[in-house]
Each structure stands twice: as C-alpha cells, then as structure tokens.
Design a protein around this ligand. Structure first.
Ligand code: KG4
Ligand code: ZN
Length: 354
C-alpha cells in the first residue's frame, strides 16, 4: 500500500510518498524563507509560494520512486486546519491527481498528521497513548485512543507554545522561526540555574487542577525583563542568552506541571496490557530541553517516552502520507467534494471515523 501526501497548510511546501511497511520512499520539504523579513508567515505570500513549487515537488517525488500516480493507492492532503489559501493549493493539486488517476482521496487533518507520526517512527506504538502536541498554532494534551479518536485533556488558553518561542525571539531580535533561534541562544548561557533565578519568570497555572496551559503571561514577563535590561543599558548577547535560557526552562516547568495531571488521567484510562507511553509531536518537539524534561517525567512515572526524529517534528508531508496510510487501512477515505477547513479540532474527527 502506497500513499502520496501533500502538505501546504503553513509555510512549508511538502510532498512525500510512504508505504504501509513504514518506508519513506521520497520526501521533499521546501521551507519558504520569504517570511523572515516580516517576522512571521504572510498568508498571501505563503499561498503563492506553494503555487510556485507544488507541481515540481510532486513530479520529483514520483520520479524518485520510479512510480506514477497510478501506482499510488491514495492521495492524502492536509485539508486543514491552517492558512486556508495555502491549504487550498494543496487540496486542489491532490484532487486533480486523485480524479485524473482514479485514486482514493484522503482529507487529512494536519494535527492528526503530527499525532500519528510516532506510530511510523516507533516499532510498536499502541493505542491509547498520551500526546503532547506542541506546534506554532496549537498546544494540546490529548489521549490518542485510535485513528480519528482523540480525547482532549487540556489546551492552551492563549498563545501556542511555538508562538511563545516565536514572539520571544522577535522581541529579542533573534529572527524567525523563533524556536530554533531561542534554543540556540539559550545554549550560550553558562549558568541556567542562575538565569532562572535572576529573571524569575511566572510558571502559569502551576498547582491548578486540569491540564490547560497558558503562555501569554510568560511572554509579557520576558518583554518586561528585556525592557528593564535595555533601560539599564545591559541588553547584550550574554543577558539575551540568559533570558532565553530562563524562558525555555520556564516553558518546561509549565508543561511539566500540566502533564502531572494529564498522566494521572491517562494512567486511569490505559488498559493494563499496554505499555503506557507519552508522545511528543509538532514543531516544538524538536526542542532538546523539552525532550529532556519529558524523558525525566516519563522515567519518574513509569512511562515510555517517544519522540519523532527532528526532521519529522516540524511540518512535512511524510506525516500526511502516513496518516493517509493509517486511514486507508481502515477504509476511512473521503469524498472528492470534501471541503477544506481553516479550523478543524481533532476531537471532531470522531464523527467522521464512525
Ligand atoms: O509543527 P510546526 O512546524 O508548524 C505548525 O503546525 O505550527 O511548528 C512550528 C513551530 C514554530 O513556532 C517554531 O518556532 C517551533 O515550532 N519550533 C521550535 C523548535 N523548532 C521549531 N520551538 C522550540 N524549539 C525548537 N527547536
Ligand atoms: Zn504543524
């Protein structure tokens, strides 16, 4: 079983071909650098960028494998959530390919792509697993019961974690995308403990019940600290590194405190014959400090920890093709008339999974 996947929901144009034996037969990700000068993704520019490159990536992907579209069992595409202009470019390409070759069409939820990636990269990841989904647009803790079957335990009530990294990077002049820039800068800090004490950033929602998260207070506190440093004429490479390091550690502390409640709920729901597992996925899952913290939490609570390789954390089409394989195996294909959705919560997939 082979599926071609297409991803155009943000600023990555990506095409990949994956088979049901977990082989990645081809994968292209083209990251648009045009947005850097704007400090964020400009939807119109992103959509045009996808238009410019999608055809050639599809051609290259097929050429790599020596196959044609007729050798695919299905065409899978991100049908939302995301920037709708970009999503439409991918969807129209996918519909054209599926119609012209009489292949199955699969409208993939981008978040489900992130959520199921660890089932491709791990040897035997069984449902249900606990998922921390952390990207530029979403931050959620979910129990993944099966394909299309998600229980939401908590979500951010304001900014997404990746957004907090991006905004922090922007205000400290570190460029876009902010996550890798902040992580790199934080690594320059030679006394993380001291930095955490010095900047004393708020660990929001700590000790509260439930699993919701909040990052906007943290972002504001970083801005205030940066302003203070500037007023004292002390905003320099070393202090920026310290502030990034304190910010990153505080993000870790927020996530840790919320996961404590989530793990309790998950372990209650997890059948005894399953190895309880925490999975991290989405762009921010590339952050090594976060991974260390999650590994530590898992060791403490007797959970297995799974994280996809770095290149499959940020947006890519392998995850869309793989979600396509998972859906195709269950006959969860879609009508060619399916409309893309700018907003599409994972919890709404239950209805379509029947
Ligand atoms: O999943 P993704 O590629 O796109 C969305 O679906 O949003 O996630 C992108 C987000 C951006 O906010 C980016 O700054 C963040 O992931 N990110 C990171 C790291 N690499 C990417 N955040 C923290 N540390 C990183 N190393
Ligand atoms: Zn994503």
């Amino acid at each position: 079983m082979k599926v071609i996947g297409i991803e155009t929901s943000c600023d990555e144009t990506a095409v990949a071909i994956v088979d049901d034996q977990k082989n990645i037969l081809s994968s292209y990700v083209l990251s648009q650098s045009e947005h850097e000068i704007f400090g964020g993704v400009v939807p119109e520019i992103a959509a045009r960028g996808h238009m410019d490159h999608i055809d050639s990536l599809v051609k290259k992907s097929l050429a790599d494998t020596g196959l044609t579209i007729k050798n695919m069992d299905a065409v899978a595409v991100t049908s939302g959530p995301g920037l709708i202009g970009g999503v439409l470019v991918g969807v129209m390409m996918a519909k054209g390919l599926a119609l012209s070759s009489n292949r199955q069409y699969i409208a993939v939820n981008h978040l489900e792509g992130h959520a199921l990636t660890p089932r491709l990269t791990e040897d035997n990841l069984q449902f249900p697993y606990l998922l921390l989904l952390v990207s530029g647009g979403h931050t959620q803790i979910l129990i993944v019961n099966g394909v299309g079957d998600y229980d939401l335990l908590g979500t951010t009530i304001d900014d997404a974690l990746g957004e907090a990294f991006d905004k922090t990077a922007k205000l400290l002049g570190l460029g876009y995308p902010g996550g890798p820039a902040v992580e790199k800068k934080a690594a320059e800090c030679n006394d993380p403990e001291k930095a955490l004490k010095t900047y004393d950033l708020p660990v929001s929602m700590k000790g509260r019940s439930g699993c919701d998260m909040s990052f906007s207070g943290l972002k504001t506190a970083v801005r205030r600290q940066a302003e203070k440093l500037k007023e004292a004429d002390n905003l320099n490479d070393a202090t920026i590194a310290g502030l990034c390091c304190a910010f990153q550690q505080t993000c870790g502390l927020i996530v840790k405190s919320r996961l404590k409640n989530a793990i309790k709920a998950y372990l209650k729901a997890c059948p005894k014959d399953i190895i309880p597992t925490l999975v991290v996925s989405g762009g921010v899952a590339a952050n090594m400090h976060l991974r260390d913290i999650l590994q530590e939490i898992c060791n403490k609570n007797g959970l297995h920890f799974a994280a996809p390789p770095l290149k499959l954390c940020s947006d890519n089409a392998v995850m869309i093709a793989w979600a396509g394989i998972e859906r195709l195996r269950l006959n969860l294909t879609d009508d060619i008339k399916t409309l893309p959705r700018p907003r599409w919560p994972l919890t709404e997939l239950k209805d379509s999974a029947g």
